[in-house]
Design a protein. Structure first.
Length: 288
């Protein structure tokens, strides 16, 4: 198409302006990519903790199996419990031995009689952890209750804060990108005013004149999106061994290739929209 050739010629003739436009778009989409990684990663971490037993209730040695079964039925009838797993003394010993298999001294000191039986409970909602914990603490056969509401709630708060900050940052960078791109394209239009006047005199339509500049804006957007995504993805892949070691078994990394490619597709769509908006602002302002 002729307008694409014209856009390519305009880009080649002003490499510094093109580089500046691509750079601002790259920074915008670098931030978008990192924000997406943070939100998806923190959401996966929350889902991981929510899928694990969130309340552990340890029974007194005097608790009978019939009392334990009655408590299990009472908990299940509330509708607040997603799952209950009973861990006997023997099972608790096996877990302890697996966790301390490299320390023979600790293995010799502990027997099944020393370890308490317990319930491992997952709640339907985070808000249900409090009532479940209260019910367990009131039970005469329960000696101690541990639940990780604070951990999951803190992660949820952090994720919400990251989401709000990220959206604000992306909105700000997008506005800055639009105005800078509109200014760069506007400068190019100003430099070509004589050529544009000649084109109009020979019968060129308004859209015939505008399309090369709009295509130029879309090119800057897509190029910046691809470079920004590539830089962010490369950084994530480089940091994956360190982050995986830090997360210690939480199945967040490595990031799935399909997810990364889906993010690239979404960013390209967003880049096209930004490119069209910024270039359209420029042509409306300078091509009256």
């Amino acid at each position: 198409m002729k307008f694409l050739k014209t856009a390519a010629r305009n880009i080649r003739r002003s490499p510094y302006q093109a580089t500046a436009a691509i750079l601002i778009m790259t920074l915008t989409f670098l931030a978008v990519s990192f924000f997406a990684f943070l939100v998806v990663g923190s959401s996966d971490i929350i889902n991981y903790f929510e899928s694990k037993p969130q309340v552990t209730a340890f029974f007194k040695d005097s608790a009978t199996q019939s009392q334990i079964n009655a408590l299990q039925n009472q908990l299940s009838s509330t509708g607040k419990v997603a799952s209950i797993k009973f861990v006997s003394k023997q099972e608790a010993l096996k877990i302890y031995q697996e966790q301390n298999k490299n320390d023979p001294l600790l293995l010799d000191l502990v027997t099944a009689d020393v370890l308490p039986a317990s319930f491992e409970i997952s709640a339907v909602k985070l808000d249900d952890l409090g009532p479940i914990s209260d019910m367990l603490q009131k039970s005469p056969i329960v000696s101690n209750v541990i639940y990780q509401k604070d951990v999951v709630s803190a992660l949820d708060t952090w994720t919400s804060a990251i989401r709000k900050i990220g959206i604000g940052l992306i909105a700000l960078l997008s506005l800055v990108s639009i105005f800078i791109m509109a200014t760069i394209i506007g400068m190019k239009i100003s430099q070509k005013k004589e050529d544009i006047e000649i084109m109009r005199l020979v019968g060129a339509t308004a859209w015939y004149v505008r399309l090369p500049f709009i295509a130029e804006g879309v090119f800057y957007g897509i190029t910046g999106a691809v470079i920004g995504w590539a830089l962010a993805t490369g950084t994530l892949l480089w940091l994956t061994p360190f982050l995986a070691s830090f997360l210690k078994g939480i199945p967040v990394l490595p990031a799935p290739p399909l997810g990364l490619l889906s993010l690239l597709g979404l960013e390209i769509v967003f880049a096209v929209i930004l490119g069209i908006i910024s270039s359209f602002i420029a042509v409306l302002r300078y091509l009256k």
